[in-house]
Design a binder for this molecule. Structure first.
Ligand code: UDX
Length: 434
């Protein structure tokens, strides 16, 4: 099929390259000339495992030619389906900011006014229930002068891609959710995903756009709450002197619970869980409903970094002392520091008057934008050298291999928020939930 993707961020670019790899002809539309040039040169514009190979295979000079990028919206006219992959950032009141989506929908609508035949528009961005139907569809209708369901189709197809494993997650989905408000749009979406469904045998959920929107939030809210619940239980375990990981391993054997997402510690961060949980709480509250469990899940997550620091307080008065923070990325395998638990940890240490020295194998540059005046070490060993305490915030494998580096600490106190450091003689070791 001929597919256009509006937005070349992390989702848009990954999905475009993966669709091209499935055999479709794909054009990526973005306002950023640098991104467009990079893709057309066969270079991935962002860091994501497996993406450089896909972009080179399909967009580069040696590529299949099935992927290209442009700043020109009229490129959508030569396609059958357009996916809107634009950002929906968070407003100060936790609701989502739809301005970029609305502007994209308007431009798409204006462009489609010149298309004589049917076109399907699919929202892929994460938007609260009702947004596609009540906000996006009317804009496309008004700007194109066409009627949804008659002259163009509207669909919603949420993504469940994790940073760092997005290409693999695309190829091996647990499910494909196709929300559509008319049969023809659903047919087009099925045709787009047909090669993927054929090769992955993923179950397909066919539904309406509102339900598809809610499935995305429910998925992320459930996973975030699962981690908050295991963190709550982990905090209880710690009080009783019980190892929460042994407990998690045992309860994970129950199929109804499942073994994944049971790693307790300093909590969840990233660009999705924090934003999505708050957005669905805010949307629910706007209806008059107060989602108590979800609200508690967010509160518990906000509190875990302080629990980590209070464990350090039990051993060291950090005021005026050098304290190492190991790990700045919100999870291993990425340089993304958005909503990383390292941020409240660093803030809490600074409020206590500590001299923070931070280390991360790849995320230093991004954290430097957030905390320009922090000391950043070149290695974990350099951060530990002379430190009166260390906290571990990201479970990078290289931290598991640290050994003699602890000998260089002024006070060998380590509080591990991710269960990655091995206990060893001579080190006072505190696990957050074990
Ligand atoms: C998430 C969802 O998994 C994905 O489906 C969605 O589309 C986007 O949001 P991502 O944010 O990339 O993906 O990261 P994920 O691997 O889910 O981890 C999120 C956070 O939870 C990280 O901070 C991680 O450290 C934390 N986490 C995860 C735990 O604390 N414990 C766990 O057991 C698992």
């Amino acid at each position: 099929m001929e597919i256009s993707i509006v937005g070349s961020g992390y989702v848009g670019t990954t999905v475009a390259a993966c669709f091209a790899d499935l055999g479709h002809d794909v054009v990526n539309v973005d306002v950023d000339e640098e991104i467009v040039t990079a893709i057309n040169d066969g270079d991935a514009p962002l860091h994501e495992e497996g993406l450089p190979e896909l972009v080179a295979d399909h967009a580069g000079p040696e590529g299949t030619g099935r992927l290209r990028a442009t700043t020109d919206y009229t490129a959508v006219l030569d396609t059958d389906v357009t996916f809107l992959c634009l950002p929906t950032p968070q407003n100060d009141d936790s609701s989502i900011d739809l301005s970029v989506m609305e502007a994209g929908a308007a431009q798409l609508g204006q462009t489609l006014a010149d298309k004589p035949d049917w076109h399907t528009v699919v929202v892929k961005s994460t938007v609260v229930p009702g947004t596609t139907e009540e906000a996006i569809t009317p804009i496309v209708e008004a700007e194109s002068g066409k009627r949804a369901g008659e002259e163009f189709g509207i669909g919603m197809n949420p993504e469940f891609l994790r940073e760092g494993t997005a290409v693999d997650d695309f190829r091996n989905p647990d499910k494909v959710v196709l929300g559509a408000d008319d049969e023809r749009a659903l047919g087009d979406m099925c045709a787009v995903f047909e090669p993927l469904i054929g090769q992955s045998e993923a179950p397909v959920v066919e539904t309406d756009t509102r339900t598809a929107e809610m499935i995305k939030y429910a998925n992320n809210a459930f996973l975030a709450s699962k981690i908050s619940l295991i963190n709550d239980l982990g905090n209880i375990c710690k009080e009783f002197g019980i190892d929460a990981y042994e407990v998690a391993d045992a309860i994970g054997l129950d199929d109804r619970i499942g073994e994944q997402f049971l790693r307790s510690g300093v909590g969840w961060g990233g660009s999705c869980f924090p934003k999505d949980t708050r957005a669905i709480i805010s949307a629910a509250e706007a209806t008059g409903y107060d989602p108590t469990v979800l609200t508690a899940a967010v509160e518990l997550n906000d509190h875990q970094p302080e629990r980590l620091l209070s464990l350090l307080d039990d051993h060291v008065d950090v005021a005026g002392k050098r304290i190492a923070v190991l790990g700045l990325a919100f999870k291993p395998g990425t340089d993304d520091v958005r909503n990383s638990r390292a941020i409240p940890v660093i803030e809490g240490l600074r409020e206590r008057g500590a001299e923070v020295v931070a280390y991360d194998p790849v995320a230093t540059a991004n954290m430097r934008e957030r905390f320009p005046n922090l000391e950043y070490a070149e290695s974990a060993a350099a951060a530990l050298d002379g430190a009166h305490g260390a906290v571990v915030v990201t479970d990078w494998d290289e931290f598991a291999a640290l050994d003699e580096a602890f000998d260089a600490m002024a006070d060998p106190v380590v509080v591990d928020g991710r269960r990655i450091i091995e206990r060893r003689d001579g080190v006072i070791y505190e696990g957050l939930t074990w």
